[in-house]
Design a binder for this molecule. Structure first.
Ligand code: PRP
Ligand code: URA
Length: 211
């Protein structure tokens, strides 16, 4: 259904943790912890193509030439506010990554996204970017976030989400076919209010306990 730029996690731990998150009776504390844990697991997949070099070390037995990360510059960019919940999981895997922030809200009527805040590291154009947001629904927010990063000169951009709707995946692919999308799951469809079905509800409200 989707091309090779769409990577849907095929892992029992991700599936199991997502099911707990989807349950409406899951507490804010547990929900928040699960966002972070799944963020870590998806980061593992999204960093599979990081380049390696080698360096000489000395084990207790001998000298050896061993693999080490080539030191690619990296930035994680959460879409506010729900994307903030994923930052910690990414940073636990890639501690040296810088963090940029994009503030985005959707007009409740039109569902159109609006950028109200964008603060990036100075050298953002030289960095590989992972934009993070738990939900890819209509795709409006993700498309606008990728456009913002491209306007800032970024060339290597990935998108990481927990739950996607087919409509959102298609929107990103149509507008930004160069972007790899990593998702925990692709659900059935969007409802008339732009919510993913079955989904997990409003991710921001569930992470921050605002409802
Ligand atoms: C949610 C979600 C995405 C967006 C997805 O944010 O975190 O950013 O909706 O919808 P889309 O694909 O149709 O653009 P929301 O607007 O609810 O804001 P919040 O993060 O402050 O909760
Ligand atoms: N934003 C959310 O938080 N949840 C959805 O299902 C759709 C958009």
């Amino acid at each position: 259904m989707f091309n090779e730029k769409v990577h849907v996690m095929d892992h029992p731990l991700v599936a199991h943790k997502l099911t707990i998150m989807r349950d409406k009776n899951t507490s804010v504390k547990d929900f928040r912890e699960l966002v972070s844990e799944i963020g870590m697991l998806i980061t593992y997949e999204a960093t599979r193509d990081l380049p390696l070099t080698t360096k000489e070390i000395e084990t207790p037995l001998c000298k050896a030439e061993m693999p080490t990360l080539a030191g690619k510059k990296f930035a994680v960019v959460p879409i506010l506010r729900a994307g903030l919940g994923l930052v910690d999981g990414v940073l636990r895997m890639v501690p040296s990554a810088r963090v940029g922030h994009i503030g985005m809200y959707r007009d409740e009527e039109t569902l159109e996204p609006h950028v109200y805040f964008s603060k990036m590291p100075k050298d953002i154009a030289e960095r590989d970017i992972i934009i993070v947001d738990p939900m890819l629904a209509t795709g409006g927010s993700a498309v606008a976030a990728v456009t913002e990063m491209k306007n800032r000169g970024c060339k290597h951009i990935k998108l990481m989400v927990l739950v996607a709707a087919p409509e959102g995946v298609k929107a990103v692919q149509d507008e930004h076919p160069d972007v790899d999308i990593y998702c925990g799951a692709v659900d059935s469809h969007l409802n008339e209010r732009g919510y993913i079905v079955p989904g997990l509800g409003d991710a921001g409200d569930r992470i921050f306990g605002t409802k």
